[in-house]
Design a protein around this ligand. Sequence first.
Ligand code: F6P
Length: 332
Amino acid sequence: MSKRVAVLTSGGDAPGMNACIRGVILTCEQRGYTLFGYKHGYNGLLQQEYIPLYSSNTHNLNQQGGTILHSARCLEFKETESAILAAKNLKALEIDTLIVIGGDGSFRGATHLSHYWNGQILGLPGTIDNDISGTDATIGYYTAIDTAVSSIDKVRDTADAFERIFLVEVMGRHAGFLALSAAVASAADYVILPELFTTESEMLANICHQIEQRRKLKGTVSFIIVVAENVWPGGLNKLADSLTKRANAEVRPVILGHVQRGGSPVSQDRILANTLAHYAVNLVGEPTTNVMIGMVNGNPVEVPLSVTHTPGKPLLKSTLECMQSIMNKRYA
Ligand code: F6P
């Protein structure tokens, strides 16, 4: 029987969300399903702001950054009345399946909605932070790493020229996935991660020790420190001030910010987005509901939405060990 499906993108946009929308559109069309896209995340669901989606909407979509459906953080969606209104609107449009592309806040919203709507809900992980439990990677994560790495490579040129210390802040909300991967890939000298943070004084002492060892070996040299956002109490400028005093050096802070959310998705994100979208649409009409489709060891997996936003997804142990060895052993 022909199904009516709706898709929305919510929370921080991520490169590959458009590729994911495209995958949903094309698979729905193959199955003969009717597809609608809600605009501006859950706001569109509350305000009945939707558009029909057809394969004619997919031209050049695979490689486009951002999301053609637009995104938003909809704080009012936490309210009971909002979920009831959303359920009413979904029923009015006779939607069988809602596909939510987003991060942990979006999946919390989807779980909340599931208490008031008995249609099928499927989540697809889209966030540069990679902080979703139950999937090895999220759509947008790989592109954000590449963006951070190419920026750090450029910072290194000027850092070397002036033999300065640079602090480069990368996104990740409260998780260190992006910071750790960017640090390893850019051969940074040090990384500050929420998962490894102890105390300001201990961390400062350790960084200064590393810089001193480096100076003993090579004289004044550049030193690149990747810092996960939200980790240093008082922020990056405070760390820059403290380090300037402690290391008696010129320190420059660089906040990469939202540049990491933009750009054309790299192949890994496109493949992930298309594969997960295809898998999700194949579940339409099945009893499976309130699950996120993640990717584990190269295979799509169904993960209860309630599990996806439990904090504490571990960093990849081997990558962490590699970076720790660079930080602590190179100049020991
Ligand atoms: O969740 C994605 C993300 O880019 C985080 O890395 C960052 O902390 C946050 O969103 C920024 O949110 P906003 O775009 O609302 O400033």
